[in-house]
Structure formats: C-alpha cells, structure tokens
Ligand binder design. Structure first.
Ligand code: SF4
Length: 324
C-alpha cells in the first residue's frame, strides 16, 4: 500500500533563535543544533511521506551552521525546500504607540526589509532555494514578485485596509494576465533590482517625520552648550522662537550672547525667500505658526535692508568692544 503523502512536513533543525517574540512558547530544552547523522536519519524516515520539508517549528534555521549542506543532502534525495519571508518584524515601542514594549511592523514599510532579505538569500543559494513571500506584498508588487519566481505569496495587511477584500479581485486579475511557469529557480537579478528600487520607491518608503520645531531648537542649544563647554567659540544661526529654549541657552551656554536679526513681515513677504510667503504659509513661523519673539536679546540687528552688511559688521564690532 502506498504510504500516506503529506503536502509538507515540518522539521526542527534547531531551537536556537535570535528573536524573543512575546508569543514564543516557553520551554526548557537546552539550545541545540541537529547533527548531520540525526538529520540523515530523519531524511530517510520522512522521504516516503512528502516532497516538501519546512525547517520551521521553533528556532531560526538560518542560524544552523550546516544549513547549506542540509539543503544539498535533501536535494540529492529528491526533497524540496521553501523559505518563508516574512510575516512581521518586531520593533520597540518608543513613543507609547501601544501599551507594550514591542509591536510588529507589517505592510508596505516591511517590503524593503523583506525583499532585501530575499535578495541576500537568493544570492547565497544562487536562486535554488524556493521563497514564499509575505512582508509588504500587495497589488503594486505582486506581479514583479511572481515574475521573479518568488511565490506563493500570502497577504494580510491588504485585507485589513478599507476595500481590502475587493483588492484581491484586482490582484487575481493582475496575476491571471501573467504567463504561468512551474518554479525552477528564483530570478536573482530580478530580486536584486526589486530590492534596490524598493529603497526609494515612495510606495514603500514612508516620509521621515521632521523633528518638532521646539525639539530641533533644543537640540541646537544642547549642541552649542556641548561645544562651548569645551572652550570652542560657536556661532549658531537658529530660528528658536521659544522663550523656554532661549532661557535654557542663557543658563547653560557659557558666554551666551543672543543676537536677534529682526525683519518686519512686509520685508519678509517682499523677499519671499524660497517662495515661503507666497505659497501656503500655514506652516511658516510668524504667519500660520505663533512665535515667541526674543524679548531679552543682547543685540538687535535691523534686517530690513536699511543698512549695509558693512554697517552691520561695524555695529557688531562696536557691541563687542563696548561689551554691550
Ligand atoms: S521566531 Fe519563533 S522561535 Fe524565535 S522567538 Fe519568535 S516564535 Fe520563538
């Protein structure tokens, strides 16, 4: 009688892992890597029951030092492998986003990381290791993944978005239009191109959030204090329209001397530097954003264009000489 065949069989070749997922089942087994003899015995026992082995129970199989040899040994016996990349990626909770220490990156931000992993793995295994894929796969990249021989693909984040389930119809139509060929190997050059493009693709790269203005002004102050405390003369040009920041600077920066370059709103609008005032000025200090103008500056320089730079320098020299 033919033995019962399984679609795939999971084999744990190590319980050593470089992650600490909070949902990881606890256990008392000492860390261990399966040896070559034990692995060969397991192969002989499992071979009649499946064509696919998955090294995924507990532990990180990529940490196993004999992994390339294990893959070759299984290949010689007609067994195939798959590597799944990657459902989620644990990241620290830093700004109280969630009431926990860790949360999980998924969706489009995960794509550049996962496709980079796919690039490295397919390069190291010369495209022979079959990859199934999840991290950041969506309507916009599924065709390119498929054409590179990276499939099957699983998706969850798409389904959680508004209209997500309808999206699957579009995904299916997109895939159906592509010619199908059974898997032979991963197109390593195609994956490499995908990984490089993902680093700049606005679909996958979120804009870096600018530091809030107050934090930025505070960091300039701290940097000046750090340098001044080492005897360096520092000239720093900063907007810093916050009383608290200037008060901190005065209390903490040795020899602090504050010069306020004052220009009227008429002047600023007329100069219209970088088009700041003629475009939507909601985010411009002093127009859409309230500012706290300096009220204890050591020196105020009129910057409305009524004096030349030479006159301004002369004024500065006079102030320095007089100790004003
Ligand atoms: S990857 Fe798996 S074995 Fe490793 S910590 Fe997470 S759950 Fe545990």
């Amino acid at each position: 009688m033919e033995p019962l065949r399984f679609k795939k069989i999971y084999l744990e070749i190590t319980n050593v892992c470089n992650l600490r997922c909070p949902f990881c089942p606890p256990g008392r087994r000492p860390p261990a890597f399966m040896g070559r003899e034990e692995y060969l015995r397991a192969l002989e026992q499992l071979r009649p029951y499946t064509q696919y082995l998955y090294f995924h129970v507990k532990g990180e199989p990529l940490l196993h030092p004999l992994l390339p040899e294990f893959l070759a040994l299984a290949g010689e016996r007609g067994l195939e492998f798959g590597l799944k990349l990657s459902n989620t990626f644990p990241v620290e909770v830093k700004n109280k986003e969630l009431p926990a220490e860790e949360m999980y990156m998924a969706g489009k931000s995960l794509f550049p990381l996962t496709i980079e992993m796919a690039r490295r793995v397919s390069r190291d295994f010369d495209g022979r290791l079959r990859l199934s894929y999840s991290g950041g796969a969506d309507y916009f990249n599924i065709d390119r993944l498929f054409q590179c021989g990276v499939w099957p693909v699983t998706m969850a984040t798409t389904a959680l978005k508004p209209g997500g389930y309808q999206r699957f119809t579009q995904i299916a139509e997109k895939l159906e239009a592509l010619p199908f060929a059974p898997f032979t190997r991963v197109d390593t050059a195609g994956v490499e191109a995908l990984a490089l493009a993902a680093r700049r693709d606005p679909l996958h790269v979120k804009a870096v959030k600018p530091l809030p203005r107050r934090k930025l002004a505070e960091s300039y102050g701290r940097l000046c204090a750090l340098l001044s405390n080492q005897g360096v003369t520092v000239v720093c040009c900063t907007i810093s329209m916050f009383h608290s920041v200037r008060a901190w600077n005065r209390a903490n920066i040795p020899g602090y001397y504050e010069v306020y370059l004052e220009a009227s709103m008429d002047t600023l609008r007329r100069r219209d530097q970088k088009g700041l005032y003629s475009r939507n000025a909601d985010n411009v200090a002093g127009v859409g954003l309230q500012v706290e103008l300096p009220d204890t500056a050591d020196l105020i320089l009129d910057n409305n264009g009524q004096s030349t730079p030479e006159e301004q320098v002369a004024l500065l020299c006079w102030a320095a000489k007089e100790g004003v």
